[in-house]
Every structure is written in structure tokens, then in C-alpha cells.
Design a protein around this ligand. Sequence first.
Ligand SMILES: *Cc1c(COP(=O)(O)O)cnc(C)c1O
Length: 356
Amino acid sequence: MKWEENIRQVVPYVPGEQPDRPGMVKLNTNECPYPPAPGVKKALEEFDHTELRLYPDPDASILTEALADYYKVKKEQVFVGVGSDDVLAIAFMTFFNGGRPILFPDITYSFYDVWAGLYRIPYKEIPLREDFSIAPGDYHIENGGIIFPNPNAPTGILENLEMIEDIVSANPDVVVIVDEAYIDFGGESALPLLNKYDNLLVVQTFSKSRAMAGMRIGFAIGNKKLISYMNDVKFSFNSYTMDRITQRLGAAAVKDEVYFRETLAKIIKTREWAKEKLSELGFVFGDSKSNFIFASHKEKRAEEIFSYLRSKDIFVRYFKKPRIDNYLRISIGTDEEMRTLVRELTAFLGRRNEVE
Ligand SMILES: *Cc1c(COP(=O)(O)O)cnc(C)c1O
């Protein structure tokens, strides 16, 4: 068709499937297995539906203020969006606007190359080392911006602040985005570096550690100038992105720190238990500091294990991509879900049932 010459054709991101089967064990999209904070439930129950006739606050002030308070920054340093995917999309549009290629790891969140394609941003993928760690020296080249997750996805590998600082300080003329979707599960945030560097943007999400994937909340923290440029783009695109209910519930989640800490501690404990069991079953993996384990088996192909688990209604994530096509990404569920997983894996791998 002739009209096809005039349209924007893109290769879209493929989100993890969202099956809904009774009794399934869903360990494929890194959601939190526990509910959001009790304060969120209360805020939802108290929400007055008649408010919905009015537009929401375009600045989402109650949420940006709650986040500014929590992270001890000014509210002008906080940008909120409809999931961190929304925040990242705006950040790509705002900061990656030069002619030089932006840089990100070859194995990373698979949305980055999609946004680069959508916005026609040239990019260069920098290979991770054999052990999936980032070699910071590889980012000391001419570029139009840098983005990587820490811990990285889907590897779960955490980099230390020294490494992050090396990259940020070596690239003062471009914006460096650290996507901290999994930082709460045992990592050290790059937020303190904001005092030293004005080219750093830290992005986080409520989808994993705050158990609110279904609500869609993400945020960025950076210096005021970066955030005001992001707001200019946002307000040129869609000003009322976050609805009233989300703003209210998001603020309630941030205020319940005790519940947040308890939930994280439970997930981390389960993760360490799962590491032991998976290793006994012959899996090998790096030391994940996220809410998933990225594992490969010494004998069985990942794809085969994936299909078997699926037949048992246990969903994990498998990426048929170079370098990682023999790995499974397994989200950390409840203790019971993880025991079910280990039981099925034990059965499949033909070993003695070692789960008590
Ligand atoms: C889950 C994830 C996101 C997106 O999270 P939402 O806030 O749900 O949009 C962004 N980056 C990475 C690395 C993720 O794993």
C-alpha cells in the first residue's frame, strides 16, 4: 500500500505474558507476590468517586512531595509517570536528542532498543563481560547518552557505586540514566551521586518492590534542570497522565515504610533459599540482588525446562536471544510458590524430592 510509506513503522516491545489461570504459579514478570501496603487499601476505600469528574493534578503534587520527603530531595527534583516505562520513554525523548549514538549493554532491558527505534535515536550496544558484569571503560567513548539498569535486567547483577560514578564522571556532556527498577532488593542506589553530578538521572518504579505493578507508577530523580526539561516534554505530549486514584494510592504506599521494609526482607529471604535449592538442582547463576534469579542448568536446555514448567502452569520467563537463550528468569514468589517450583523442577530433572 502506498500510504505505508508515510507511516511510522516500529518493532514493538513484547511484554511478558499475563496468564490468568486458577492455581497457576506466576514467576514471569517480576511482580511482588505480596499485596501493597495496608495504607493503599485504606486510601482506595476512602476514595470519593465523585472526584473523578475533575481532571487530576497535572503535577501529581501529593505523590512527588511524598517521594521528595522519602528520598530527602526537593520536589522539583522528582518526576512521576505512569510506570517507569512512561518515565523512561519521556527521558529518552528529552535527553537522547543528539546525533551521536546512545550506549547501553547488549544484554539489558529490552525496551531500550525499542524506544531508540521509535524515536530514531542511533544506539550502540556494549557487550557485557562473560560474567555479565559491565566493563565501565567501554563507556569512555563518544556518545549521545547512556542508560543501563542497576541491578541489570534480566541478569540480576548489581554494580557498585564506584562503577556507576566512573561512568557518570567520564561522561559529563551527556545524560546518564540509571534504571533502578530492582535497587530495593539489596543494592545501593546512585541517588547520593546526585549531589556531585548534574548529568545523572535515577529512575525507579512502584511495580516491583512496592507491589503496585497494576497501578502503574514510576519516577525519576535528578537535578532540577533535568526534571524541568522532562516536564516540558511531558506537558507537550500529555499533561494529565496520572489519574487521581493513582496519585493518592501512590502517596499512601510511600508513607508506609515499615511494611515496605518487611516485604523486602521476606522476598530477599525467599530468594536466598531459592538460590540454595536451585544450585542443588544443578542450576548456575550470578549472585542476584533483585527479585528474580537468572539461571542456566548444567545439563538441560532452558527452553525445555521452560516448556515443562509451563505445562504445569508455572510461568517463568525465557528470552530466545543471543548469549541468553539457555537461561530462565525466575521471579521470586511466595515461599509456597517457590516450593512448588522446586518440587516440579526436582521431578523434571529426575532427582530425589528434596523439598520438605
Ligand atoms: C520492570 C522494569 C521497568 C518497568 O517498570 P514499570 O514501572 O512497571 O513500567 C523498567 N525497567 C526495568 C529494568 C524493569 O525491569
